[in-house]
Design a binder for this molecule. Structure first.
Ligand SMILES: Nc1ncnc2c1ncn2[C@@H]1O[C@H](COP(=O)(O)OP(=O)(O)OP(=O)(O)O)[C@@H](O)[C@H]1O
Ligand SMILES: [Mg+2]
Length: 489
């Protein structure tokens, strides 16, 4: 972070500095010099860290203040003094609000920083990672989180990683309701806003796709210089009227300024296309798997182009950028030739459709038998049963050879497949991940390709992990989710 003194932090947040032995009198010297990083996990604390103590769901962050201090933290940011930590506390009414205030100050102190925000219903993390990869390939010093980090904690924490040398900051912005993205933009003040799509993820919370569009469009409104908008999504295209920035349309539509032409996928599921812009065109072959990555790649190309990167350089970066954040279409070939597509990070109808198409494409082009191991798509509200049913039917229509539906919450998937004409063992419903692993272990044959996908709650990454390393079959894999990294659509 830009170094900030405790006194500056107190002024910024309106908080009270309490020395390790109680409130500091106004005439006493500032008890801590400067804070040089911000953490919410005490284990990540290093010398000079500000340890933000959050009221967790299970544990109270204040209890870890002493641990943070032991690792060198200089100051606790908390909602009450923590004398036992042995370091001062900056006491504020709301730690999350204070983090936002600190992050906004970091942005103000980095006037040359080029901030890119990314939102959408699906693909935010992937697009954000691709944008960072493209900008880094151009030599820029980029700050960008690994994982989602797209909420009121993740965004400020990511911002706080910037220092005077940082040139570009790429932020994922999620929303669970109207005003959320606008609030994040109020902190980050993005020059560029990228809106990928308006899908149905978390429609249960929003109520309608129009409401989702309203929420995602707040990024177009906030973008000071450029709004990068997906021309192929009518709800995103319409956001052109909501921005004061220049509009750069991306997509396959004829009028897209940054356009993909002749999209093709190969036997590994990777897409190739001709990247067409007003400056010229260049062939691109993506390292990431799935045709749906083309849209994410166009977003990265558009942002790279704004930064002055040449088309060949952009194409080269897109051709080497693999997955950075875990469990998003991670393809691993086992020694026996079984190809595992671990897409267990999350799932909603849009991303499952995209993943199934990728699976079937790989099966077709590579002559492989296809398996889809699918679990619950969470947070779909009233449309849950219908959406699961629809995906089950889609799997049959796409002719996925074997559908393994995992867990009671995903039952409608199996039912949909059966109603669509699946018979015999084409679609099976197993109670849990152990049963899925058992079935797969018995029946997978060399050359098969297996997609593993569900919402995080289903824990299907355990299935993927077990397929790739049988010794971890029933050990739990770290979920890798923290309050900050946790996803929101
Ligand atoms: N344009 C797209 N269309 C459909 N599916 C996509 C698209 N982009 C990515 N996906 C798939 O969606 C899933 C989630 O991708 P990613 O993590 O990038 O999205 P996200 O928007 O960051 O999600 P979250 O809301 O959980 O943070 C992955 O399975 C990915 O392969
Ligand atoms: Mg994400």
């Amino acid at each position: 972070v830009i170094p900030l003194t405790a006194a500056e932090l107190a002024a910024l947040t309106g908080g009270n500095l309490c020395g390790a032995d109680g409130p500091t009198a106004a005439d006493e010297p500032t008890p801590v010099p400067v804070v040089t990083s911000v953490v919410i996990d005490s284990r990540a604390a290093t010398a000079g860290a500000l340890f933000a103590a959050l009221p967790g769901e299970q544990v109270d962050g204040h209890e870890f203040a002493a641990d943070a201090a032991g690792r060198g933290a200089a100051l606790v940011l908390g909602s009450r003094p923590v004398p036992s930590a042995g370091i001062p506390t900056l006491v504020v009414t709301d730690v999350t609000v204070a983090l936002a205030q600190i992050a906004a100050e970091v942005i103000r102190r980095c006037p040359g920083l080029w901030v890119v925000g990314v939102t959408g219903s699906v693909g935010k993390t992937t697009a954000k990672d691709l944008i960072a990869a493209v900008l880094e390939s151009g030599g820029a010093r980029v700050v960008s989180a690994v994982g989602s980090f797209n909420n009121d904690l993740g965004v400020p924490l990511t911002i706080c990683r910037c220092d005077a040398d940082t040139e570009a900051l790429v932020l994922e912005m999620g929303a669970r309701g109207i005003g959320h993205v606008a609030r994040l933009c109020g902190i980050a003040d993005p020059a560029v806003g990228v809106v990928l799509n308006v899908g149905t993820a978390h429609i249960g919370e929003f109520g309608s796709r129009a409401a989702i569009a309203e929420a995602k469009g707040e990024l177009a409104e906030a973008a000071r210089e450029v709004a990068v908008l997906n021309a192929d999504d009518p709800l995103v295209r319409a956001m052109a009227s909501r921005t004061r920035g220049r509009v750069v349309l991306i997509g396959t539509s004829a009028d897209a300024e940054v356009r993909a032409q002749d999209v093709q996928t190969d036997a590994t599921g990777r897409a190739s296309f001709l990247l067409v812009t007003p400056e010229g065109e260049v062939p691109v072959r993506l390292e990431l798997i799935g045709e749906h990555q083309v849209a994410n790649a166009l977003a990265a190309a558009a942002v790279g182009r704004e930064r002055g990167l040449s088309l060949p350089d952009i194409a080269a970066a897109l051709g080497t950028a693999g997955p950075r954040s875990r469990w998003r279409m991670e393809a691993t070939e086992r020694s026996d030739g079984v190809l595992v597509l671990n897409d267990a990070y999350n799932a909603n109808p849009d991303s499952v459709r995209a993943a199934l198409k990728t699976l079937v494409g790989i099966g077709r082009d590579g002559g492989r038998r296809t398996w889809a191991v699918l679990g619950e798509m969470a947070e779909l509200g009233d449309s849950s049963a219908v959406e699961h049913d629809t995906i089950g039917r889609l799997a049959v229509r796409l002719d996925v050879a074997r559908l393994v539906v995992v867990g009671p919450a995903a039952g409608a998937l199996h039912a949909g497949a059966v109603l669509e004409g699946s018979w015999g063992s084409e679609s099976v419903h197993v109670p849990d991940t152990d049963a899925a692993v058992q079935l797969l272990t018995n029946e997978l044959e060399p050359g098969d390709v297996v997609l593993v996908k569900a919402s995080r709650v289903a824990g299907l990454e355990r299935v993927a992990a077990a397929l790739l390393d049988p010794t971890v079959a029933d050990s739990s894999v770290s979920t890798g989710t923290s309050a900050a990294g946790r996803d929101r659509p």
